[in-house]
Design a binder for this molecule. Structure first.
Ligand code: PGA
Length: 249
């Protein structure tokens, strides 16, 4: 059985006051809750890790640098993230790829750095609207998988999130058929590259406008093992029903 994971990406939202959401979320978690990871902004990582202790909620960062340390003003290394008590880090989010000019090779190095620090890398891929409209989605996905995934992935250190860029923060989501097509494709690619023992066990998340009212449908897809949730993860009252839908899927 693959592990199910609900990951919340707070992006650049939240201050210390937002940590109360963790307490609320804990009180709303179903008894059969899947893995739950909250990725708050970096300044909250230490406090979030403390607040999440013994709650069943894990904490992740939204990005890391590919180097261990050095003259990289403003950057944060994977070891620093692990030092806060966090267990996960998102790498290659489309907002990082677009706004910070991150490419597949950078994402690959960041994932490797994450593993070296003992973190699980949540590696993001996804096509732009023009790729989708030109019917190039699977080519783009294949290229991102080939370029962004290091060679030594394991089911313990890697999660892949498929996030069509046009679905992020827009309220638009692909049809269930489109989600199934991409997730089945990703599964077959990683099984081919890494073997069934690994490829069949890596959790695949869908991300992009996941909300309480569409989550259950998305989780019907056999190769959707969870969600990477932006806006609807900010409030425990919105995120909890998504977690419950995943638990019951
Ligand atoms: P959204 O963001 O749920 O607000 O669309 C998802 C993401 O960017 O991870």
């Amino acid at each position: 059985m693959r592990r199910k994971l609900a990951a919340g990406n707070w992006k650049m939202n939240g201050t210390a006051a937002s940590l109360a959401e963790l307490e609320t979320l804990k009180s709303l978690l179903p008894a059969n809750a899947p893995d739950v990871v909250i990725c708050p902004p970096a300044p909250l990582l230490f406090r979030a890790s403390e607040a999440a202790r013994d709650t069943g909620i894990q904490i992740g960062a939204q990005d890391c640098h590919m180097q261990d340390s050095g003259a990289f003003t403003g950057d944060i290394s994977a070891a620093m993230i692990a030092d806060t008590g966090a267990t996960h880090v998102i790498v290659g989010h489309s907002e990082r790829r677009a706004a910070h000019d991150e490419h597949d090779r950078d994402v690959r190095k960041k994932a490797t750095a994450a593993w070296a620090a003992g973190l699980t890398a949540i590696i993001c891929i996804g096509e732009a609207l023009e790729d989708r409209e030109a019917d190039n989605t699977l080519d783009i996905i294949a290229g991102q998988l080939a370029g962004s995934l290091p060679d030594h992935v394991s089911a313990a250190n890697t999660v892949i999130a498929y996030e069509p860029i046009w679905a992020i923060g827009t309220g638009k989501i692909p049809t269930l058929e489109q989600i199934v097509e991409v997730h089945d494709f990703v599964r077959s690619k990683i099984v081919t590259r890494f073997g069934a023992d690994t490829g069949d066990m890596i959790p695949l998340l869908y991300g992009g406008s996941v909300k309480p009212d569409n989550a259950a449908t998305i989780f019907e897809a056999a190769n959707v093992d969870g969600a990477l949730v932006g806006g609807a993860s900010l409030k425990a009252a919105d995120f909890a029903p998504i977690i419950t839908a995943l638990a019951n899927s």
